[in-house]
Structures are given as C-alpha cells and as structure tokens.
Design a protein around this ligand. Sequence first.
Ligand code: HEM
Ligand code: HEM
Length: 142
Amino acid sequence: MYTGLQHLHSFFAYLVLLALIVAVVHALQGLLGKRPFTPTSRKLTLIALICAHLQFVFGLVLYFISPLGIRNLSGETMKEPMARLFALEHPVIMLLSIILITIGYAKAKRATVDAQKFKMIARFYGIGLLLILSRIPWATWL
Ligand code: HEM
Ligand code: HEM
C-alpha cells in the first residue's frame, strides 16, 4: 500500500504540474489576447483543479503512512532540511497552494466577465503553481 501510493503520488505530480502549466498559459493567453472564455477554457481549468485535489488526497494518506510523514515530525526533524521538507514544509505549502487554486477556481466560476475569469485563473493558479514548485523534493524526485 505504501509503495504503491508513493509511486502514484510521485507520478501524479507530473500530471499536476502539466495541468497547472497548461491552465495558467491558457489563462494568460486569454487575458492578454482578450479572448472569450470557451468550454475548452472551462475544461482546462477544471482538469487542473481535479488533478490538484486528487494529488492532495494521495498526499494526505501518504502523510499518515510514510516514515517521512507525521511519524518523522519531531524537534530533531526541524534541524535536518530534507526531513523537515517532507514532514512539514511540503505538506503545509502544498495544502496552501491547493486552497489558493480552489479559491481561484471558485472566483473564476462566479465571475461574469471573461477577462475577469482568466485573471482569477492566471493569478491564483499561477501563485499556487509557484508555491508547489518551491516545495517539490527535487533532490529525490525526477
Ligand atoms: C500539488 C500537490 C503536491 C505535489 C505536486 C506533490 C509532489 C510530491 C513529490 C514529487 C514527492 C516526491 C516523491 C519522490 O521522491 O519520489 C512527494 C512526496 C511526498 N508528499 Fe507530496 N505533493 C503534493 C501534495 C502533498 C500533500 C498535500 C501532502 C500531505 C498532506 C504530501 C505528502 C507527501 C509525503 C509525506 C511525501 C514523502 C513520501 C515518501 O517518499 O515516503 N504531498 N510529493
Ligand atoms: C479532502 C479532499 C477534498 C477537499 C477538502 C475538497 C474541497 C473542495 C472544495 C472546497 C471545492 C469547492 C470549489 C468551489 O467553491 O467551487 C471543491 C470543488 C471540486 N472538487 Fe474537491 N476536494 C477534495 C477532493 C476532491 C477529489 C478527490 C476530487 C476528484 C476526484 C475533487 C474534485 C472536485 C471538483 C471536480 C470540484 C469542482 C466542482 C464544481 O465544478 O464546482 N475534489 N473541492
């Protein structure tokens, strides 16, 4: 169960990054090119949200079964950068990013003007993506 989920979470990270990059680029093109918010725009935005939510659920379960997760949370962990990343920084910042992405999705859904929809996606998904990139364990991933 642990190894399977570890691989799933690791592989799914590629899909999350890809879906977010596509959604942000599409939103920036829409905003700057003054394009209409089409059904494709809605789908790209939704696919990125679903990928982020699914990855969150995988990560949350992993946090409770991985030796690098909650079980490794202690004062000693805080002195060791890699251990602190897995047990604290990665989960907290990823949660924050996904909350921002979800807020962006909800704001875009409620907006009535197309440019405003694109702006919410570009801003909230964009910041979420940057935060995610800042706390990926690059040293062990890829
Ligand atoms: C967009 C969200 C997320 C992305 C892109 C992401 C990505 C990753 C990546 C790339 C790894 C490294 C896997 C490897 O070294 O092979 C990892 C590990 C891990 N992630 Fe996430 N993650 C996300 C959210 C979360 C959340 C919300 C939690 C917990 C609440 C979490 C908990 C963990 C844990 C505990 C590990 C270490 C697993 C182990 O090797 O034992 N992740 N994550
Ligand atoms: C603990 C896990 C989860 C939490 C806390 C959560 C939370 C939320 C919240 C607060 C929203 C509302 C966004 C809005 O106001 O429009 C939302 C929307 C959504 N979530 Fe999640 N989610 C979780 C897991 C999942 C999973 C596993 C999936 C998919 C497999 C998923 C798919 C969706 C979809 C498709 C929407 C958009 C619905 C719409 O069009 O309004 N979520 N989620």
